[in-house]
Design a protein around this ligand. Structure first.
Ligand code: CTP
Length: 421
C-alpha cells in the first residue's frame, strides 16, 4: 500500500509546538508529511525544525510557489490524501468558512479537492463565541471534519474547551479520516464523534433565556422593581452555552457578569424585554426565567415628581404589562419548546398547572420559595408539564440549570433530531 500523504497546515498559537510531535507520529507511521506554516505559525515553530522532522521542504508563503513548474499551489493542495489543519485558530476557521484565500495556507484550503481535518485550538471564549460556532457549523456542513478541542486549563489561565487535542488523538482522527469515504457536502454522517457522549448535547440549538427583574420607571429617579437576583436565569444561560447551544440572554438590570459564550442584551422594562425577545426569534427553545413586572406606571413623568407641601400623595396609575411568555406561546414563531418559571409560596403544583394552561407553554418550572426567599443560592423545583410532574431535590442553582439542560436536550432530540437544521 502506498504511503499516505498528509499536507499539514500549522496555524499560529501556543499549541503549534504540538504539531512537531504530530509530524513525528505521522512519520513513524510511515506517512509522508508536507508542512505549510502560516505567518503566525512561524512565530511559534521554525521551518527548519519541521523540515528536519518531515524530511520535506516546508512552505510558508505563496511566493515559495512562484516557480509553478516546480510545484504550484493547486498541485500542492491536491498531492495529499488528507489536508490537516493543526492548530486551527479561530482566524483560520473563519477564513476557511468564509472561503477567504489571502495567504498560502488559506489558498491551499480553498483549492484542495481532498478531505480536510481541522484540530482547533484557541481561548475558551473564542471557541464559544457565536461567530466561531457559526463557522464550525458551516465547515461541518461543507464536509470538513472539525474535531472538538480538549477541555482544561489554557495557556492564558482560563479553563474550558479550546485546547488543541493531543497529537495522539489527532493521529487517530487522521487514521479514521483516511479510512472513511470522502464526506459529501451537507453530510454530517462522515463526522467522527470526537466528543465524549453528551459532551455538547445542545450543539446546533439556539436558545433564548430571559432573566432578572424589570424596572418600570415612575419618573427619572424612581421605578417599580422586584427582588429577582437573576442568578437562576444566568446559571441557565451559562449551562446552555456550556452544553453547546447558541444562547441569547435578555437580561433585566442585574449586576452579574455575562457567562462565557452567551450573547447578552440588557433591558430595563417589560416592554423592552418583549421587543428583544421578539427580535431574538426564531429559537429552538425559550426559557423565560425573568420576573417580569406585572404592571408599569401608566404615565412616566419626564421630571422628578415633587412634594407640594400639602401632604397629598400623587396618584400612581398603573397599566398592565404584556405577558411575554403567553404572547410568545400564541405567536407564529412559537419556539418548539417553551418553558416558563414560576416562584410560588403555596399550592406550588396546583398553581403551576394553572399557569401552564393559562400561559400556553410546554413546561412550568415551579420554584418553591416558601422556605428560601428569592436571591438565595439554591432552588427546589418541580417541572410541571402535560405529562406530569418531575420533582427534584433542593439543588444549587447551577445544578438545577445543568439538569434542566439535560432534560431540554432530550426533549429537543425527541422532537427534532440534532443537526437537522
Ligand atoms: N412572564 C412573562 N411576562 C409577564 C409576566 C410573566 O413572560 N408579563 C413569565 C415569567 O418570565 C415566567 C412566567 O411568565 O416564566 C410566570 O411568571 P409569574 O410572575 O409567576 O406569572 P404571573 O402571570 O405574573 O402570575 P402571578 O399572578 O402568580 O404573579
Amino acid at each position: 500500500m502506498a504511503a499516505k500523504r498528509i499536507l499539514l497546515i500549522i496555524g499560529g498559537g501556543i499549541a503549534a509546538y504540538k504539531a512537531i510531535e504530530l509530524v513525528r507520529l505521522l512519520r513513524k507511521a510511515g506517512m509522508t508529511v508536507r508542512c505549510v506554516l502560516t505567518r503566525a505559525g512561524e512565530q511559534f515553530v521554525t521551518p527548519l525544525t519541521l523540515a528536519a522532522l518531515s524530511e520535506n521542504r516546508v512552505y510558508t508563503s505563496l511566493f515559495d510557489l512562484k516557480d509553478e513548474v516546480e510545484m504550484g499551489h493547486i498541485q500542492l493542495s491536491r498531492e495529499a490524501d488528507l489536508v490537516v489543519v493543526a492548530p486551527a485558530t479561530a482566524d483560520l476557521l473563519a477564513k476557511m468558512a468564509g472561503g477567504i484565500a489571502d495567504d498560502l495556507a488559506t489558498t491551499l484550503l480553498l483549492a484542495t479537492d481532498k478531505p480536510v481535518l481541522a484540530a482547533p485550538a484557541m481561548n475558551v471564549r473564542m471557541w464559544l463565541h457565536a461567530a466561531t460556532r457559526r463557522n464550525v457549523r458551516a465547515l461541518r456542513g461543507d464536509g470538513v471534519t472539525v474535531m472538538e478541542p480538549d477541555e482544561g486549563e489554557m495557556a492564558c489561565g482560563e479553563y474550558g474547551p479550546g485546547r488543541l487535542p493531543e497529537p495522539e488523538a489527532i493521529k487517530r482522527a487522521i487514521d479514521e479520516a483516511l479510512s472513511s469515504p470522502l464526506p459529501q457536502e451537507g453530510d454530517f454522517s462522515g463526522q467522527p464523534d470526537f466528543a465524549p457522549a453528551n459532551h455538547r448535547p445542545l450543539y446546533g440549538r439556539r436558545i433564548l433565556v430571559t432573566a432578572g427583574p424589570t424596572h418600570e420607571p415612575i419618573d427619572p429617579v424612581r421605578y417599580i422593581a422586584n427582588r429577582s437576583s437573576g442568578k437562576q436565569g444566568f446559571a441557565i444561560a451559562a449551562a446552555a452555552a456550556a452544553a453547546g447551544a447558541e444562547v441569547l440572554l435578555v437580561a433585566g438590570p442585574v449586576p452579574l457578569p455575562t457567562p462565557p459564550g452567551v450573547v447578552r442584551v440588557d433591558v430595563e422594562t417589560a416592554l423592552e424585554m418583549a421587543a428583544e425577545v421578539q427580535a431574538g426569534l426564531p429559537v429552538d427553545a425559550a426559557i423565560m426565567v425573568a420576573a417580569v413586572a406585572d404592571w408599569r406606571a401608566a404615565d412616566t413623568h419626564r421630571q422628578k415628581i415633587k412634594k407640594d407641601g400639602s401632604g397629598a400623595v400623587p396618584p400612581l396609575a398603573l397599566a398592565e404589562n404584556p405577558d411575554i411568555l403567553a404572547g410568545l406561546a400564541k405567536s407564529a414563531e412559537r419556539p418548539p419548546l417553551l418553558i416558563g418559571f414560576a416562584a410560588e409560596t403555596n399550592d406550588v403544583i396546583d398553581h403551576a398547572r394553572a399557569k401552564l394552561a393559562r400561559k400556553g407553554c410546554d413546561w412550568i418550572v415551579a420554584n418553591d420559595v416558601s422556605a428560601d426567599p428569592m436571591g438565595g443560592e439554591t432552588n427546589r423545583v418541580h417541572i410541571v408539564s402535560q405529562d406530569g410532574v418531575d420533582s427534584w431535590d433542593r439543588l444549587p442553582k447551577q445544578a438545577v440549570a445543568r439538569k434542566l439542560m439535560e432534560k431540554i436536550a432530550d426533549e429537543l432530540d425527541l422532537r427534532s433530531p440534532p443537526d437537522s437544521d
